[in-house]
Write a protein that binds this ligand. Structure first.
Ligand code: HAM
Length: 426
């Protein structure tokens, strides 16, 4: 019997989950400022959605999907990414009909890819992503890129590199596609089997091949930038202009093609430049996908978005030595001794919690001293001491653990007293 978590997955235990929560709250707050609203879609979808949405010729669809038949013999797939699902939901729920457009959405959630696990590459990972649907304004491209950069900067990261490219519109890509076919045709036999298929299906994917990366024909392959028509060039210039005006640095990389089929115009990735970050340096990626909404059965609607994994974000924080300002203390610990006190302590704990105070107590019948030790270990700001004697006098001792001050407070006033003490502490 194998009782271990499956390869490429991980348990997130207390101590780590606080970091995840901190990051999630920070990103949700960032989305609030940019006015993106949360969407939650199912974790599994009809397989066809990803075949059509992400693209049949991609590694994700060909090699990495967790696909299974349900008991009704339907082919379902654990989502490998969020964009196809968000677009499906946008179409199904007719969000294009809402008065306020573009529709600006964000999401958090587990994604699944059958990849070879290594540091920063998991089989289950959590993506945070945004999608803006319904505007072809280059200012939206700039907004999404700015949001992506801010996501890292807000948390203190500085060793970041923004890499940008344009994949052009349909006409530009058609011309480029032909140029790629002509360029690689003489080397067909030297390319890997996958690339020979890619050359017929989607030659852009050849540029993304991990096996043929060092083939001499790669270096000299025609760049999409040479094939951009005037409109695509103008579009790219506007996006870059907005980034310049916001002071967001970038480098243009004509080889950046991205691993999903739906992209056109703007494509970008954010990398970590931090020393010791590991072999995989891409933190996030995204781009424009005009045409995807129509492909999935909706009306003509432009779109752009990006996604990052929280795993890689946390790795980047570690590589840059950034400690998140987590509050790991406890407002209050209740120490009690004696049968009468124990009964009162259950009720008092309940009252304190209902009043919004964070409180814990002993449940193992520990001795007085050991209970104090537990309070210390948990970082309690206040310790309430309750013995049978105190109960008889209707009192509780309240000890401020920072100053060492101790006061006797009537039982019925403890909640209010503690609340005002905690407020005073901020
Ligand atoms: P992607 O480049 O496939 O794009 O993935 C985006 C990010 O997800 C990566 O940059 C990385 O942070 C994270 N990621 C991907 N695979 C793994 C993995 N196996 N383990 C850990 N992290 C991983 C997309 O998924 C697009 N949907 C992005 C997008 C949104 N484009 C437009 N809108």
């Amino acid at each position: 019997m194998n009782m271990k978590a499956p390869r490429g997955t991980q348990d997130l235990l207390p101590g780590i989950t606080e970091k995840w929560q901190y990051v999630e709250y920070a990103l949700i707050d960032l989305c609030r400022r940019y006015n993106y609203k949360e969407i939650r879609t199912p974790i599994f979808e009809h397989t066809e959605l990803f075949q059509r949405g992400v693209g049949d010729s991609t590694d994700i669809v060909q090699k990495e999907m967790y696909t299974f038949k349900d008991r009704g013999d339907r082919s379902l797939t654990l989502r490998p990414e969020g964009t196809a699902s968000v677009v499906r939901s946008f179409v199904e729920n007719k969000l294009f009909g809402n008065a306020s457009q573009p529709t600006k959405l964000f999401y958090f959630g587990p994604m699944f890819r059958y990849e070879r696990p290594q540091q920063g590459r998991m089989r289950q990972f959590v993506q945070f992503g945004v999608e803006a649907l319904g505007s072809a304004d280059p200012a939206v491209d700039a907004e999404v890129i700015a949001l992506a950069m801010n996501s890292y900067q807000e948390l203190g990261l500085t060793s970041l590199k923004l890499v940008l490219n344009s994949l052009g519109d349909l006409e530009s890509r058609k011309n480029h596609r032909q140029a790629l076919i002509d360029h690689f045709a003489p080397y067909r036999e030297e390319l890997c089997e996958d690339c020979q298929v890619r050359l017929d299906q989607n030659p852009l994917r050849v540029l993304d091949c991990k096996k043929d990366r060092n083939h001499p024909a790669m270096e000299s392959a025609p760049s999409i930038l040479e094939y951009l028509n005037d409109q695509s060039k103008a579009y790219f210039e506007k996006v870059k202009g907005h980034l310049d005006s916001m002071g967001i640095d970038y480098v243009v990389d004509k080889n950046l093609v991205r691993g999903l089929d739906y992209y056109n115009h703007t494509a970008f990735e954010i990398m970590s430049d931090a020393e010791g970050f590991g072999a995989i340096t891409t933190l996030s990626g995204g781009g424009r996908y005009n045409g995807l909404v129509e492909d999935l059965g909706g009306p003509e609607t432009p779109g752009i978005g990006f996604a990052m994994s929280v795993e890689r974000l946390l790795m980047a924080l570690e590589a840059e030595g950034i400690e998140l300002p987590l509050d790991e203390s406890l407002d209050c610990y209740l120490v009690s001794m004696g049968e009468l006190a124990e009964e009162t302590s259950v009720k008092l704990t309940y009252d304190l919690r209902r009043a919004g105070i964070q409180v814990d107590k002993d449940y193992l019948g520990k001795k007085f001293k050991a209970q104090f030790k537990a309070a210390d270990r948990l970082g309690a700001k206040f310790v309430l001491i309750l013995g049978d004697e105190e109960v008889e006098q209707n009192l509780v001792k309240v000890k401020n653990m920072e100053t060492g001050n101790q006061e006797e407070i009537p039982l019925e006033n403890v909640v209010d007293h503690l609340r005002s003490e905690l407020e005073a502490e901020g």
